[in-house]
Design a protein around this ligand. Structure first.
Ligand SMILES: C[S@@+](CC[C@H](N)C(=O)[O-])C[C@H]1O[C@@H](n2cnc3c(N)ncnc32)[C@H](O)[C@@H]1O
Length: 292
């Protein structure tokens, strides 16, 4: 999505740019190059494990504190961060939702059903509760609602009921229980369908554990106030629950005259990229431009 991001955000030398989801710094690096000379990038990420690593990497590449500012804050707090940075409105804001490759591929973070680890799924492991605790204290009915509302999971009820019949502490433990649940479905599910349900279940729990929709809803509400007149924002989403929210917020903002241009259709990735082709294929980018 790098080419698509740069095409729609058009960062220019001197711009103040926000990368609201720093991750591994891939987008940040390209944005920093594009705003040189005279520009700067304000980066946010809630992950206290990966954020310092990415910051150290970018510092080693020569981006010092007058061009790159890094905050361990949620993008829901973007207005406060901009106030601290004495920025009235950013020229460009990028939001790349979901998990980073480093988070996903680190077994101890518990993000992947393929890797053995604790069932955690938190982007900030010092905040809130791990997914194992959420699953243990949540009723079958509430779990089914999480699976339906956060991931459109068609087998939500049977999965939730089966989960409540087990004690689940690990990623592989959840994977095993999900497969027990899905084996009960009649008529039997195809192997690919089982895999999709497992993936969706992990996604639904991750969204719940990190309260991701609440953070996104807050960001969408405060975005116009965070942009300079003529400022551009791009948001990359990975599933319909996120994309519907972004689409609605941009459409409402456009109709209200807050944005003078928006993406009427989501932009899809032109070529398969980094950590998995599946992730790149699922990515949808929407953009908006604040009225001058
Ligand atoms: C898909 S990755 C970003 C990848 C990044 N664009 C890159 O080029 O490497 C998403 C990042 O957003 C972070 N994140 C998730 N929710 C957040 C929030 N509410 N506020 C700030 N960062 C968040 C995650 O910790 C993760 O590092």
């Amino acid at each position: 999505m790098l080419a698509e991001v740069l095409r729609h955000l058009q960062p220019r030398p001197g711009d103040v740019v926000v990368d609201a989801t720093l991750g591994g710094g891939g987008h940040a690096r390209r944005l920093l190059e594009a705003v040189h000379p005279g520009g700067r990038l304000i980066a946010l990420d809630v992950d206290p494990i990966e954020r310092p690593r990415t910051e150290a990497l970018l510092r080693r590449e020569g981006f010092d504190t007058d061009v790159l500012r890094v905050h361990g804050r949620s993008f829901a707090e973007l207005p406060d961060v901009l106030t601290e940075e004495h920025v009235a409105g950013a020229d460009v804001i990028l939001v790349d939702l979901g998990v980073s490759a480093m988070q996903h591929d680190t077994a101890s973070r518990g993000f992947s059903y393929k890797l053995p680890g604790p069932l955690d799924l938190r982007m900030n492991p010092s905040l809130g509760e791990p997914a194992s605790a959420l699953v243990a204290r949540t009723s079958a009915g509430a779990l089914a609602a999480i699976l339906r509302e956060h991931a459109d999971e068609p087998q939500a009820e049977i999965i939730a009921t089966t989960i409540k019949q087990h004690v689940i502490e690990t990623t592989h433990g959840l994977d095993r229980v999900l497969r027990i649940a899905l084996a009960r479905v009649q008529p039997p599910l195809a192997k690919a369908e089982v895999k999709r349900s497992v993936r969706r279940s992990f996604q639904a729990l991750r969204i719940a554990v990190n309260d991701e929709f609440a953070a996104l809803d807050t960001l969408l509400r405060v975005l116009p106030a965070c942009l300079a007149p003529g400022g551009r924002v791009a948001i990359i989403t990975f599933h319909s629950g996120e994309d519907n929210r972004v689409e609605r917020a941009f459409r409402d903002g456009y109709e209200a005259g807050v944005y003078d241009a928006i993406a009427h259709d989501p932009v899809r990735s032109e070529k398969a990229e980094t950590f998995s082709n599946r992730r790149a294929a699922a990515a949808r980018l929407r953009w908006g431009r604040k009225r001058c």
